[in-house]
Design a protein around this ligand. Structure first.
Ligand SMILES: [Zn+2]
Length: 467
């Protein structure tokens, strides 16, 4: 009997000790995982906190986010606010969730310029909910409340419909992202050093008024710092209407039989039934629409790979001894056996001379692309810097190699009929920020002098004056 009592006591003591040890050790279990995705370094008027919180089953007992500055602690978020409709709480997985909340002067009005520390503390239940495991992360931030300054320096901006223009402007503080906004599109700016300007506040940008944009499309120059503070100023300019041609292009079965199977064979995920005239016409229409759009997206994406320097010092040149067969922004109606089957806009110049004529670089640049590209067939794309690029297509052979720096006049390949080409010719396109523009301007020495080089010289650079 006494033995039994002692045994029970021993079990009780051991159990209590074990529970105590477990309780104690639960306190050192890891707290929730915390990952701050934004803000990264700077906050301004408006910004957002993006926080990834992880705990088993998503169970939290506490989550507090504050901005600590000058001895004060400004609330950003607490767990109790999860359902208040501000920002967003999104489940990433059963164990993880995103907390997205506004952070900055608008959301924390007491915030002042200077430094601040973002403090995130979270806790999850452990040991049957009797204890918490806590974790904390902090991030040092700079609070920047003044928007950047931006002002246009160059004079006289004349923009032809479907054409390009150039602007010199000042933007401060140093390091802000700048550019030109035309309607919904934006064109990146580059440091003035790209054209030999020494004042670090000067920036330059090429921009375009696309053939399919309205003449009244608003244009502005903007500067945005990494805190999201943005300033912009209207860009004083004069738009000019330009007539675009309309043409009717007759296509026959012989043409479709030649181009459709060849393009399909060179293009991944394009299946065409080449055994019947209906299948071929259907293939042609998909190539002329879907593949054209995909190819144009590929071309536009090249803009992101432009160099921050102007690689040329004179006007571009049109391929020598060529006849113009089709102009920029020709609105084409396609007729098959006299029946209207399609409409497209031709975004380049068709230049023809003799078969397999040498194709040369219109100006100095770097070979960005030298490969087969759907409706364009064998294609070379050159980057001339500052978002300006030129495209050469329907080539029979390509001799240019990706990555090569080529001088004006260097041979890139030979003309041909690859892609959607009716006969041997060069299809030539100029691009600004991925937008096709009229090459005629770029071939014109007077335009280059007055639109570009004059503005560089007036801002203190030395270019083009004696050429
Ligand atoms: Zn063409």
């Amino acid at each position: 009997m006494r033995l039994l009592v002692r045994l029970v006591l021993l079990v009780l003591v051991l159990g209590t000790v074990t529970a105590g040890v477990l309780y104690y050790r639960a306190g050192s279990e890891p707290g929730p995982t915390l990952e701050i995705r934004s803000p990264e370094r700077v906050i301004g008027q408006r910004g957002s906190l993006e926080l990834l919180v992880g705990a088993p089953g998503g169970q939290l007992t506490r989550l507090d986010v504050t901005l600590d500055q000058n001895g004060r602690s400004l609330p950003v978020f607490a767990l109790e606010q999860a359902a208040d409709g501000v920002g967003e709480v999104r489940q990433e997985s059963t164990d993880q969730m995103w907390i997205i909340r506004p952070v900055g002067k608008q959301a924390q009005p007491e915030l002042v310029a200077g430094t601040a520390q973002l403090v995130v503390t979270a806790a999850r239940p452990v040991f049957f909910g009797l204890r918490e495991a806590v974790s904390t992360v902090t991030r040092d931030l700079e609070v920047r409340l003044d928007p950047p300054r931006v002002g246009v320096v160059s004079l006289h901006h004349y923009v032809n419909h479907g054409g390009a223009e150039f602007v010199v402007y000042r933007a401060t503080p140093e390091g802000v992202a700048t550019g030109v906004r035309v309607g919904e599109r934006s064109y990146p700016g580059f440091p003035g050093s790209a054209v030999g300007l020494t004042d670090p506040a000067l920036q330059v940008a090429f921009f375009a008024l696309a053939y399919d944009e309205d003449l009244t499309t608003p244009m502005s120059v903007f500067a945005r710092d990494e805190a999201g503070n943005e300033a912009s100023t209207p860009l004083d300019h004069r738009p000019f209407a330009k007539p675009f041609a309309r043409s009717r292009i007759g296509i026959d079965l012989r043409f479709i039989e030649r181009v459709v199977p060849a393009i399909a064979a060179n293009t991944a995920d394009l299946d065409v039934d080449s055994t019947t005239p209906e299948g071929l016409l259907d293939g042609f229409l998909r190539i002329n629409n879907d593949l054209r759009r995909r190819n144009n997206e590929t071309i536009a994406a090249m803009a992101a790979r432009t160099r921050p320097e102007m690689l040329w010092q004179e006007a571009f040149s049109q391929l020598g001894n060529t006849q113009v067969e089709s102009r920029f922004a020709d609105h084409r109606t396609y007729l098959f056996e006299g029946r209207e089957v399609d409409q497209q806009v031709h975004l380049g110049f068709d230049l023809a001379s003799v078969a397999q004529a040498p194709v040369v670089a219109a100006n100095r640049g770097v070979v960005l692309f030298a490969d087969y590209l759907g409706i364009y067939g064998n294609t070379v794309i050159l980057d001339h810097g500052l978002g300006v690029q030129s495209l050469y297509s329907h080539l029979s052979t390509i001799t240019a190699r990706t990555g090569d720096m080529v001088d004006k006049g260097a041979e890139l390949g030979r003309t041909g009929v690859t892609g959607l080409a009716g006969g041997d010719h060069l299809h030539f396109t100029m691009l600004v920020g991925g937008v096709a523009v009229n090459p005629v301007e770029w071939w014109d020495r007077k335009w280059m002098e007055d639109r570009v080089f004059r503005k560089v010289r007036e801002a203190g650079g030395a270019i083009g004056s004696t050429r």
